[in-house]
Design a protein around this ligand. Structure first.
Ligand SMILES: [Zn+2]
Ligand SMILES: [Zn+2]
Length: 102
């Protein structure tokens, strides 16, 4: 199940489960839209993959047993282990390769 992480891994901005600003990679690494646009350039700094809008889990169970109430968002904040400078350099080297070709 998709882990709904509570913050941007780079700038630590809060990204609640209903946020429209959350972006994720295939490993669920989570960033805010601003960091994706200005620093990451669609490159996850942990895996090199592309980033897409994180889907919003329904707050109400429209089907039995499936909702944010049943499967709440994670509260464990994750922060990148790479420096901003290292991330900028990494993203620069990968951003011009289409995610499907990485
Ligand atoms: Zn951010
Ligand atoms: Zn990643």
């Amino acid at each position: 199940m998709l882990e709904l992480r509570p913050n941007c891994e780079l700038c630590d901005k809060d990204l609640p489960p209903d946020s429209n600003e959350a972006r994720i990679c295939s490993y669920e690494c989570t960033f805010c839209a601003h960091c994706v646009e200005t620093v990451l350039h669609n490159v996850c700094p942990n895996c090199g993959g592309g980033l897409v809008n994180r889907p919003i889990r329904p707050s109400v169970a429209r089907r039995p047993g499936v909702s944010l109430q049943h499967d709440p968002a994670s509260t464990r904040r994750v922060n990148t282990r790479y420096s901003r400078q290292e991330i900028e350099s990494f993203a620069h080297g990968v951003k011009d390769i289409h995610p499907a070709k990485r």
